[in-house]
Design a protein around this ligand. Structure first.
Ligand code: 13P
Length: 254
């Protein structure tokens, strides 16, 4: 069954006390929602805050914990790195992989992302796998070919069982942190295309079941219209996820 999901990517922001306060505020603001009324909510704090933030999220409720990255190896001599299994053992259920900031600043390519996907899945984490084109690619009318290649090379090597655990996020790079949101029509067009690619690579059922989130300057003002599109199953939210009121307004936009 396709799930509506709103995930907050806190990126490299906040201090530990501020992160705990934010998690507490989000939890409090959602406390009166009737069971089943909310989408699945994922908060993705920086690594050192995961345990503390996780403790703020009531067990069995709509709030889930996610990480922003993991290392590609299971364990070993990789000073400073964090494994997928470590994340699972501190309560993470999700991990963001393939974010454009990691592709750009840390040179993460399809081969590396393939390894990360495998270790994440082996640890029982659900990957939120990001794709999205640059402004140059969009202006050159290459968006669909570019996204098709990112999906094929980055994701479609997974087995049917593995793919069933994956959430896809469409994050056009030109919309991330710029205040320039894709229009709901632009988002829908790409989301429908992604779903079609999934149907081709896997099955019609897999395409119907996969959640595809939009990310890029989504906020409390534009979320309802974006989430109203038939192939937009939620959002991956950056800046607006750092303000409890704004994030909760987005969560309530379905
Ligand atoms: P903004 O919502 O700040 O544009 O960030 C989107 C994003 O990169 C989420 O992963």
């Amino acid at each position: 069954m396709r799930q509506n999901i709103v995930a907050g990517n806190w990126k490299m922001n906040l201090t530990y006390p501020a992160a705990l306060a934010l998690a507490g505020e989000i939890t409090a603001l959602l406390a009166d929602a009737p069971a089943g009324a909310l989408p699945c909510v994922v908060v993705c704090p920086p690594f050192p805050f995961l345990t503390g933030v996780g403790e703020k999220l009531p067990q069995g409720g709509p709030l889930h914990l996610g990480a922003q990255n993991c290392h590609q190896k299971e364990s070993g001599a990789f000073t400073g790195e964090v494994s997928a299994q470590m994340l699972a053992t501190v309560g993470c259920e999700y991990v963001i992989l393939g974010h454009s900031e990691r592709r750009q600043h840390f040179r993460e390519d399809d081969e590396l992302l393939g390894q990360k996907l495998k270790v994440a899945l082996a640890a029982g984490l659900k990957p939120i796998f990001c794709v999205g084109e640059s402004l140059d690619t969009r202006e050159a009318d290459d968006t669909f070919a570019f996204i098709a290649k990112q999906l094929k090379d980055g994701l479609f090597h997974l087995s049917n069982e593995e793919f069933a655990q994956v959430v896809i996020a469409y994050e056009p790079i030109w919309a991330i942190g710029t205040g320039k949101t894709a229009t709901s029509a632009q988002a829908q067009e790409v989301h429908a295309f992604i779903r079609e690619q999934v149907a081709r690579a896997y099955t019609a059922e897999a395409a119907q079941n996969v959640s595809i989130l939009y990310g890029g300057s989504a906020n409390a003002q534009n979320a309802r219209e974006l989430f109203g599109q038939p192939d937009v199953d939620g959002g991956l939210i950056g800046g607006a996820s750092l303000k409890a009121q704004d994030f909760v307004a987005i969560i309530r936009s379905f």
